[in-house]
Design a protein around this ligand. Structure first.
Ligand SMILES: C[S@@+](CC[C@H](N)C(=O)[O-])C[C@H]1O[C@@H](n2cnc3c(N)ncnc32)[C@H](O)[C@@H]1O
Length: 249
């Protein structure tokens, strides 16, 4: 693993308190990639298939260069450069997405999944992503839309389809559609609502309930296997995926 900057763990602290106490639990699980994938498939309130990401990776030539920005501990393919601000297992470059340690136009594909909302200066990160993509290269990004607060290390914003196209205005939008659909959004809202009501003002009880209550709601998320294709689903989706291409000239 190549360290370019030190870990930013101190960003987790605001006014002496963790911004989101659940982030510590999630980061422990992220250290174990297999456990992380099992937990995400079963207990995450969102149902996703990753078909679009798979199709993009399949379409690449074997010598293509791919960056996974904000990878966490997830190794999607062996030859992908994993960059994260935290030194999780499987991270190749510890660095900040707002100041990428790469030359211009070096990547055929940049993957950036559920990271943008955690970035203090998203415009700066968008500029950096657009800079490191080759002419003709692509961006695949997922962002939350109807999703509750989740600080890792913090949570700054949400995006619509128009908002993403406007942010990446040097790229041509190819596709922007629901990633996890409306039922995932509802599962997430219901378990968070119940956790808030039954935590009786305790941050500790809230943090435990918000994890445990997933067991009650997660089976419903599989409805999104069908609902995600509904043409109105983007109005109420848990998250969106965005595919865009850098013009050749
Ligand atoms: C919600 S996790 C998503 C992880 C992974 N992409 C996935 O889909 O499982 C957000 C990730 O972004 C990373 N991150 C947050 N701020 C970052 C920054 N400024 N630069 C690079 N990575 C960052 C976090 O450490 C965390 O691993």
């Amino acid at each position: 693993m190549m360290n370019t900057i030190p870990s930013k763990s101190n960003q987790k602290i605001a006014n002496g308190q963790p911004v989101d106490p659940r982030a510590a639990w999630k980061n422990i699980i992220r250290k174990y990639p297999l456990l992380s994938r099992i937990m995400q498939f079963v207990f995450d309130p969102a149902f996703v298939t990753n078909q679009q990401r798979g199709a993009l990776l399949e379409g690449l030539a074997t010598d293509s260069r791919v960056l996974n920005l904000g990878s966490g501990a997830k190794r999607i393919r062996v030859n992908i450069v994993n960059l994260d601000i935290e030194p999780f297992g499987n991270v190749d470059v510890v660095g900040d997405g707002q100041r990428l340690p790469f030359a211009d136009g070096v990547f055929d594909l940049v993957l950036c999944e559920y990271v943008l909302e955690h970035i203090r200066n998203p415009l700066q990160m968008a500029r950096e992503i657009q800079r490191v993509i080759k002419p003709g290269g692509q961006l695949y990004m997922t962002v939350p839309f109807m999703q509750t607060f989740h600080g890792n290390p913090d949570d700054y914003q949400r995006y619509t389809i128009s908002g993403l196209s406007a942010l990446f205005d040097d790229l041509e939008t190819i596709e922007c559609k629901p990633y996890a659909g409306p039922t995932s959004a509802l599962c997430n809202m219901v378990k968070e609502y119940l956790a808030v009501v039954f935590s009786f003002n305790s941050k500790l009880i809230y943090s435990i309930l918000s994890q445990l209550l997933i067991i009650l709601v997660f089976p419903f998320k599989f409805i999104d296997y069908f609902l995600v294709r509904n043409i109105n689903a983007h109005n109420l989706s848990f998250s969106l995926y965005f595919v865009a291409q850098k013009p050749i000239s």
